[in-house]
Write a protein that binds this ligand. Structure first.
Ligand code: GDP
Ligand code: GDP
Length: 440
């Protein structure tokens, strides 16, 4: 599980500039998963072999609701603080201390997380360093001058961040090494807790609650039909601990943490609202991280006429269908229990396609057909040829194609090959990854 570094501060101080700069300086790992709308608020970073996730709280749209908590920067910061290992508090060195800065600072002082106070926009350290003194008044400790724009000092900052990340914890002895890891994710109010409680309630055989590998991550192992499923990071779902649960940011980060360890993600969607942009983002993150996905259209009991059902399906096609036409759907009601027990068969099916190995001879036949009946890419005199293909990974299935000119492979062609693979083999429910390598 990757520790989280949260970047907080009021708008316009340079948070997203800083995040981009840090992600650039370190090796931001970009998984080759096309078709995924990348969420620019989350970056996986690797600095000297230490991986972490940088979260730009400014890039996360506030939950649209009349909940006053949801919109304030202070509460974004508070939610961030609860989940983060390290907090980067960014202020604007040119405007000086503002009331909003003070309010964020008061809140951060009360949490026991390491905080870096970064005084940004000091592009000219020799001339402007005087202006950092007033930021001592925030009581956060020593202010560090920074220019996110020019990147002075970001390498040192990364060193300091990494030094404060928690030690990689020893794995807790695992009683259920064969259990499948399942994450319940989705927006606040989609019905995750109701679903989880329904699963537990129906089950006289909860095997155990196991402390996860990080402080306050609780996993719950349940048994169905002789199989074990580890519901990862269920602390926040089990019992809503704070009002901040209702902040979109909080549920995103929670979801992200769970997704990191999950084989299969259950994306709970509030069918009475339809699929939102946030659902789409969460799904994108799960795909990027290689989870199989089952979409649970919850609250189906509320869709009591055709018009409502159609409205919901339309949002699915528009938002999820384009991104993952292969995802599997189940209409459920956590309230009435409708179809909840069918989830496990869907989880098993998705896991099966995600872990499968395709034999070399079937892959060869596929490639022969593709050569004979498929498109290829031609650029002037150069023509893309596929020499051979081999499966280079499972969970999710990963294939490497050896080709004569890898630079000819564009998005359209990749999508084409993926579609052909999906119509030849059964990859229902799982993302797949395709790589194209040059080989003369
Ligand atoms: P956010 O709202 O906190 O994410 O702020 P942004 O990263 O979007 O930055 C707001 C504005 O400040 C943009 O116009 C940036 O180009 C500018 N900015 C950010 N960092 C610096 C910096 O180090 N120096 C200067 N001069 N401008 C900066
Ligand atoms: P969470 O924030 O995703 O954990 O959502 P909750 O489980 O707290 O549910 C939010 C609200 O939706 C609660 O008022 C639930 O009673 C309600 N709810 C959850 N599932 C269903 C369902 O299947 N049908 C209906 N009608 N309401 C539901």
């Amino acid at each position: 599980m990757k520790p989280i570094v949260a970047v907080v501060g009021r708008p316009n101080v340079g948070k997203s500039t800083l995040v981009n700069r840090l992600a650039q300086t370190s090796d931001a790992i970009v998984h080759e998963s096309r078709g995924v709308t990348r969420d620019r608020s989350y970056h996986t970073a690797d600095w000297n072999g230490r991986e972490f996730t940088i979260v730009d709280t400014g890039g996360i749209e506030p939950l649209k609701s009349d909940d006053v908590f949801a919109t304030s920067i202070r509460d974004q910061a508070l939610a961030a603080a609860e989940e983060a290992a390290v907090i980067l508090f960014v202020v604007d060195g040119r405007t000086g201390v503002t009331e909003e800065d003070e309010s964020v600072a008061r809140m951060l002082k009360r949490c026991d997380k390491p905080v870096f106070l970064l005084v940004n926009k000091l592009d000219n350290p020799d001339r402007e360093n005087d202006s950092i003194w007033e930021f001592y008044s925030l009581g956060i400790g020593e202010p560090t001058p920074l220019s996110a724009l020019h990147g002075h000092g970001t390498g040192d900052l990364l060193d300091d961040i990494v030094a404060l990340l928690p030690e990689e914890e020893d794995e807790v002895a695992d009683e259920f090494p064969d259990a499948l890891n399942v994450a319940i994710i989705g927006r606040p109010n989609a019905g995750k807790s109701s679903l989880f409680n329904r699963i537990l309630g129906a089950d006289r055989s909860i095997v155990s609650n196991i402390a996860g590998t990080t402080r306050d991550a609780i996993d719950t192992v349940v048994e169905r039909n002789g199989k074990h499923y580890r519901m990862v990071d269920t602390a926040g779902i089990r019992k809503k601990s704070t009002v901040y649960e209702n902040i979109e940011y909080y549920s995103m980060v929670r979801g992200l943490r769970a997704i990191d360890r999950a084989d299969v993600a259950l994306l709970v969607v509030d069918a009475s609202v339809g699929v939102t942009e946030q659902d789409q983002k969460v799904m994108g993150l799960a795909i990027e991280r290689g989870c199989a996905i089952v979409v649970l259209l919850n609250k189906w009991d509320l869709l009591d006429d055709d018009r409502k059902r159609e409205a919901c399906m339309e949002t699915i096609d528009r938002r999820l269908g384009v991104m993952a036409p292969w995802a599997q759907y189940l209409r459920i009601s956590a309230l009435t229990g409708r179809s909840v027990e069918k989830i496990w068969a869907m989880v098993d099916a998705a896991e099966k396609t995600r872990s499968q190995k395709i034999s070399t001879s079937r892959l060869n036949t596929f490639l022969t057909d593709l050569r004979e009946f498929g498109h290829t890419v031609v650029d002037g005199k150069r023509r893309l040829r596929m020499h051979y293909v081999t499966q280079t990974g499972v969970n999710p299935p990963t294939f490497t194609f050896f080709v004569n000119h890898s630079d000819l492979v564009n998005d359209t062609y990749q999508r084409y090959v993926e579609n052909r693979m999906r119509s030849t083999f059964d990859f229902a429910g799982t993302p797949i990854r395709l790589f194209f390598r040059k080989k003369e």
